[in-house]
Ligand binder design. Structure first.
Ligand SMILES: Cc1cc2nc3c(=O)[nH]c(=O)nc-3n(C[C@H](O)[C@H](O)[C@H](O)COP(=O)(O)OP(=O)(O)OC[C@H]3O[C@@H](n4cnc5c(N)ncnc54)[C@H](O)[C@@H]3O)c2cc1C
Length: 388
C-alpha cells in the first residue's frame, strides 16, 4: 500500500494533521498504538480551548492570538463539543498579581480576541460556589471555552476518516527507512508486521516523540526536551458558576478548579518526569498540593475520600535554559532534512491550536507531495457529532 502521508499517533495532533491532509486530498494513514484515539496526553489535559491568559506574561502573543482564533472557529464548527464558560479570577491580599495587573492582562486578552471581562460586585461574591472571601480584594470574570479532549480527538479523527483517511488502531510503529526517497514503514498489528510506503512520515507521538525518531533510519536529529508532568484530580461535589483561576500560595502557580461532568476537576501541577511516558501517574505530593489549594480557597470540605479519579499527562517542552514556567508553549515543526523533508515531528503544542498546526504541517510539505485536489476546508468544516 502506498500513502502520501503516514502519521504516527492518534492524539489531537495526529488527528488534526490527518484531517488537514485528507481535506487537502492526500492519501493518508494514521497508526496508533492504543485501541482508541486520544488515550495519551490528549485525554489528560485541562480540557480548555483557550488563548492561555497566563502566556501573556511571557509575551507569547502570537500563541495566544492563534489559540483565540481557533477557539472562535471551534465554537462555530463544533458547538456540541466546545462551549464558552465563565472564568473567575479572585484576587486576594496575598495574590502575587494585583487587580491592576490582572485588569491589564484581561484588556490585552480581549483585544487579541477574548470576549470581554467584568468585575464581580462584592454583593454577588456569595454566589461563587463557596469561594472564601477573607482577604478577597476583587473578582474578575472573563470567557474561555471547555471541551472533552478525548472526545474532541476522536471526533477530529472521525472527520479525517469521513474525508478518506485510513486509521489503524492497536498498532505499534516499529521502524522506518527513509533512504530511497520513499519512507518504508513497518508497524505491528495483532503480532504481525505490516509494511507500507509513504512519501512522508509525520511523527505526532507526543511524549514518545524522540523514541519514535530513534526507530527511523537514517537517524534524524532530535531536539532536546523535558517532559513535564501535570496532574488533575476529580473530586465529588458540584461547581455551578464556571472555572476558577487560582494561585497556589507555595509557588504562585495557576491552579484551575472547574466543573467536569457534574464533579469538580482540580489541576494542574508541573514537575519534571524522567520515566517511560506509558507509566506517568499522579504522585501523592501532587494530590496533596491540589487538595490543599482547593481547601485554601473554598469552604466545602474536600479530602482524599472525595477523590473519584485522577490522571497525569506530559507536556513536551523544548530545553532552552529557561525555567519551566518561562519556556515557550509554541508548537515546533521539526524536519529531518530542510529542503526535502521526509520526516516531520510535532514537538509540544496545544489542544486548542490543533487545526492550525495541521494546516501548517500540510503547507510545509505541499510542494514535496504529489498534486491532489482539495475536498474540504478545515477552517469552515463542521465536526461530526459522535453522540447523535
Ligand atoms: C497537564 C496538561 C494540561 C494541558 N491542558 C491543556 C489545555 O487545557 N488546553 C490546551 O489547549 N492544551 C493543553 N495541554 C496541551 C495538550 O494537551 C497537548 O499539547 C496535546 O494533547 C498533545 O497532543 P499530541 O497528539 O501531540 O500527543 P498525545 O495526545 O500524547 O498523542 C500521541 C499519540 O502517539 C501514540 N504513539 C506514541 N508512540 C507510538 C508508536 N510507536 N506507535 C503508535 N502510536 C504511538 C500514543 O499512543 C498517543 O496516542 C495540556 C497538556 C498537559 C500535559
Amino acid at each position: 500500500m502506498e500513502y502520501d502521508i503516514t502519521i504516527v499517533g492518534a492524539g489531537i495532533h495526529g488527528a488534526g494533521v490527518a484531517q488537514a491532509a485528507a481535506a487537502a486530498g492526500y492519501k493518508t494513514l494514521v497508526i496508533e498504538q492504543y485501541k482508541q484515539p486520544g488515550l495519551g496526553t490528549s485525554s489528560r489535559s485541562s480540557k480548555l480551548i483557550h488563548g492561555g491568559l497566563r502566556y501573556l506574561e511571557t509575551a507569547q502573543i502570537g500563541l495566544v492570538w492563534e489559540c483565540l482564533n481557533e477557539r472562535h472557529r471551534l465554537l462555530k464548527n463544533a458547538p456540541h463539543l466546545v462551549k464558552l464558560v465563565p472564568f473567575y479570577i479572585p484576587v486576594y491580599k496575598q495574590t502575587r498579581r494585583g487587580p491592576f495587573t490582572i485588569m491589564l492582562g484581561l484588556m490585552l486578552y480581549s483585544v487579541l480576541g477574548g470576549k470581554g471581562f467584568n468585575k464581580i460586585p462584592r454583593s454577588k461574591w456569595n454566589q461563587l460556589d463557596g469561594l472564601k472571601t477573607d482577604g478577597l480584594k476583587a473578582v474578575f470574570q472573563y470567557w474561555d471555552a471547555q471541551t472533552d479532549d478525548r472526545l474532541l480527538t476522536e471526533t477530529v479523527l472521525k472527520s479525517a476518516v469521513q474525508l478518506g483517511a485510513d486509521v489503524e488502531l492497536g498498532c505499534q510503529f516499529r521502524h522506518a527507512m527513509t533512504e530511497s526517497g520513499t519512507c518504508v514503514i513497518d508497524y505491528e498489528k495483532d503480532g504481525q508486521t505490516r509494511t507500507i510506503k509513504s512519501r512522508v512520515l509525520i511523527n505526532a507521538s507526543g511524549p514518545w516523540i524522540n523514541s519514535t525518531l530513534n526507530k527511523i533510519k537514517p537517524s534524524p536529529r532530535k531536539l532536546e526536551i523535558d517532559l513535564i508532568q501535570g496532574t488533575h484530580i476529580l473530586v465529588s461535589g458540584s461547581q455551578k458558576q464556571g472555572v476558577y483561576y487560582l494561585e497556589a500560595p507555595q509557588d504562585q502557580r495557576a491552579v484551575l478548579i472547574m466543573p467536569w461532568y457534574g464533579e469538580i476537576l482540580i489541576g494542574t501541577t508541573e514537575i519534571e518526569y524522567q520515566g517511560d511516558p506509558e507509566d506517568v501517574a499522579p504522585t501523592e505530593t501532587e494530590i496533596d498540593y491540589l487538595l490543599g489549594v482547593y481547601q485554601l480557597y473554598f469552604s466545602q470540605a474536600v479530602d482524599r475520600s472525595h477523590i473519584k479519579s485522577s490522571f497525569a499527562g506530559l507536556r513536551v517542552l523544548k530545553r532552552d535554559g529557561e525555567s519551566i514556567f518561562h519556556r515557550s508553549r509554541e508548537t515546533t515543526l521539526h524536519v529531518d532534512k530542510k529542503n526535502s523533508p521526509m520526516v516531520l515531528s510535532i514537538y509540544g503544542g496545544k489542544l486548542s491550536s490543533y487545526r492550525a498546526t495541521g494546516e501548517k504541517v500540510i503547507k510545509k510539505l505541499a510542494k514535496l507531495l504529489p498534486k491532489r485536489t482539495a475536498i474540504a476546508n478545515t477552517r469552515i468544516l463542521e465536526l461530526p457529532n459522535l453522540k447523535s
